[in-house]
Design a protein around this ligand. Structure first.
Ligand code: 76R
Length: 278
């Protein structure tokens, strides 16, 4: 099998990483006509390919068993160079040989920082609204905690290190956009209004800290909606709860539009092959 690297000049973003979500149906019919030895060879080939990609510098690849027949298996690839992303996607699609996996859904996006990230001044304002007095030990502790959290959060958004499968086995993906209809146009709102609305969003989001890990990646100009939303959780209930609760938040109920939703279970490539009965 050829290498998942590229000999063409790298295409690197000015900031962040390329992200590909790839979901496939397993074609059980042609697979069942293969000889047992051939199946084993192909299965080993896929496992080897996944490990080779995972060993590439600056690259993360998560395999999933996709729950419900929208897809059987899926991958999330995070890598710097678009050439490598493209190369890996093509090799993964043929990972069991031609005609064995059919793509059912894919998404190209990039990690990005957000223009609405809370500043220290805004956080201080919100603490004052909660009747916390500047200069008190409680206030200072909150500010220190804020700095530590934001530093980690900003780094994670642009150069994420994806979480461990054992701790975060449930994966959810859906694309979303902000509405642009004549009477509800997110992009026609002044920055201050958008910022204010996003602060409400972040406030709800933070109550899920430790329960849901999200990675929002931008896909404007790259795919059919504006963001890819990737969520990791310990159980499906947390996914259901956060998506439900956010629907009551103004940013979502006024301006959010959603694409298809997908749920997968994280597992290593061997367990995935067993799950698919390969
Ligand atoms: O604290 C901060 O300042 C960061 C706040 C923050 C931003 C800027 C944040 C926090 N998000 C931001 C941006 Mn989010 N998020 C979603 C969804 O289903 C839905 O209704 C929406 C899908 C979820 C579930 C979610 C979760 N967020 C964004 C953006 C980009 C907007 C832009 O830049 O224009 C989108 C599309 C989006 C959507 N968000 C959080 C969460 C959670 C759990 C948090 C808290 C993170 C933490 O503090 O650990």
């Amino acid at each position: 099998m050829s290498e998942p690297t590229s000999n063409l000049p790298a295409i690197l973003p000015t900031e962040g990483r390329h992200v590909l979500h790839l979901f496939y149906r397993m074609e059980q019919e042609p697979w069942q006509y293969l000889e047992a030895a051939d199946r084993r060879k192909r299965r080993d080939g896929l496992a080897r390919l996944v490990r080779e990609i995972q060993a590439l510098p600056d690259t993360q690849l998560l395999p999933f068993s996709m729950v419900s027949p929208k897809a059987d298996l899926g991958f999330m690839l995070v890598t710097h160079d678009l050439q490598v992303a493209d190369r890996c996607a093509k090799l993964l699609g043929e990972g069991l040989g031609a005609g064995m996996m059919t793509p059912t859904f894919s998404w190209l996006s990039m990690t990005e920082r957000s223009e609405y990230t809370t500043t220290e001044a805004e956080y201080i304002e919100s603490l004052k609204e909660e009747d916390l007095e500047p200069g008190t030990p409680e206030f200072d502790a909150k500010i220190a905690e804020f700095h530590a959290r934001m530093e980690k959060y900003m780094k994670y958004r642009v150069e994420p290190v994806l979480p461990e499968a054992q701790e975060w086995p449930v994966f959810c993906f859906y694309p979303m956009s902000k509405r642009r209809s004549p009477d509800q146009n997110w992009y026609a709102l002044p920055f201050e209004d958008r910022k204010h609305l996003m602060m409400g969003h972040a406030k709800i989001g933070r109550t899920y800290s430790g329960r849901v890990l999200q990675l929002i990646t931008g896909s404007t100009g790259l795919d059919d909606m504006e963001w890819g939303v990737t969520l990791f959780a310990k159980t499906t209930s947390e996914i259901k709860a956060i998506v439900y609760e956010m629907r009551f938040d103004e940013v979502s109920f006024q301006y959010a539009e959603f694409g298809e939703f997908f749920i997968g279970i994280r597992m290593d490539v061997n367990d995935l092959c067993n799950r698919l009965n390969l």
